[in-house]
Ligand binder design. Structure first.
Ligand code: PYL
Length: 265
């Protein structure tokens, strides 16, 4: 998992408004509708819950602006969110004592928990579903369509699972063949000459997808950090409303709607 930097998450409120407009163009759906679709809920089950974001100081420590950015993303979709004024286990303890949901991230795991129903959500899994739902909407339905999923890590696998369930044919690509072992999908360790119209780019490399991998109408939904497309290609796709990419927003918001799902216990 790539560790975000402060520049990835500055001016998050302005960024969210721009992102919402981009998603309405690319997916014909708002940010919040994509998020709810990824969790499988609708407006009738949406609730504004008290939600704390707990800064975690372990390992490489606090990322400046990270807790604030998570809080603003949650408020943007309607959660009653705040940054906890205590950190680490003390912050988690105070959140649970108040009966509040809480979000916390160390160097290896970003998770959300709802003490009212026991629901838990992991950022990698939620991010994969968020970008998959966006691609499904951008494609006007993904049934019987072929999707290249680049990156067989937690995000790519989660996206592949969502899209396969929605009827897509998955081609799972990773340079590490160990990650492809026992996969239920068609797999490859190199991209070859095939051109794809639908792509999930979920790698940590910066140049995975090039022009030669894409058809003229291709849509790329890219949770990967850094973005795995050549700069010029990314700029062209974005200007034509065929690139979905954001460093933290979609995955964090899906983590929240995951917490609203029915009783876990
Ligand atoms: C959750 C993000 C998405 C991509 N990479 C992940 C990352 O940067 N993880 C590290 C998060 C550290 C947060 C720090 C804090 O400010 O609470 N412990």
């Amino acid at each position: 998992m790539t560790r975000l930097t402060e520049t990835d998450i500055i001016d998050v409120v302005d960024y969210l408004k721009k992102l919402d407009d981009e998603l309405k163009t690319a997916c014909n759906a708002s940010f919040k509708n994509i998020v709810m679709r990824a969790s499988g809920i609708d407006e009738t089950s949406f609730k504004s819950l008290k939600t704390s974001v707990v800064p975690i100081t372990s390992g490489l420590g606090i990322i400046g602006g990270f807790s604030h950015a998570v809080c603003e993303i949650l408020k943007y979709i309607g959660a009653d969110a705040y940054v906890c004024d205590s950190t680490d286990v003390d912050g988690i303890y105070n959140s649970i004592k108040e009966g509040h949901c809480f979000f916390s991230a160390d160097d290896n795991r970003f998770t959300a928990y709802n003490p009212l129903n026991g629901r838990i959500s992991d950022n990698g899994d939620a991010t994969g579903r968020g970008f998959a739902a966006a691609l499904e909407l951008a494609a006007n339905g993904i049934k019987d369509k072929t999707v290249l999923v680049a990156g067989a890590g937690p995000v790519g696998i989660s996206a592949a699972k969502y899209l396969h369930k929605a009827g897509a044919e998955i081609i799972l690509f990773d340079i590490d063949k160990e990650k492809l072992q026992n996969s239920e999908y068609r797999t490859c360790t190199s991209l070859g000459d095939e051109k794809y119209s639908y792509v999930i780019e979920a790698t940590t490399s910066s140049k995975v997808i090039t022009e030669k991998n894409l058809t003229d109408t291709a849509v790329v939904s890219a949770p990967g950090m850094p973005l795995g497309l050549e700069k010029k290609l990314a700029q062209r796709l974005k200007s034509e409303g065929r690139l979905i990419h954001n460093p933290l927003e979609l995955g964090t918001a899906v983590m929240y709607t995951d917490l609203l799902l029915k009783q876990e216990f």
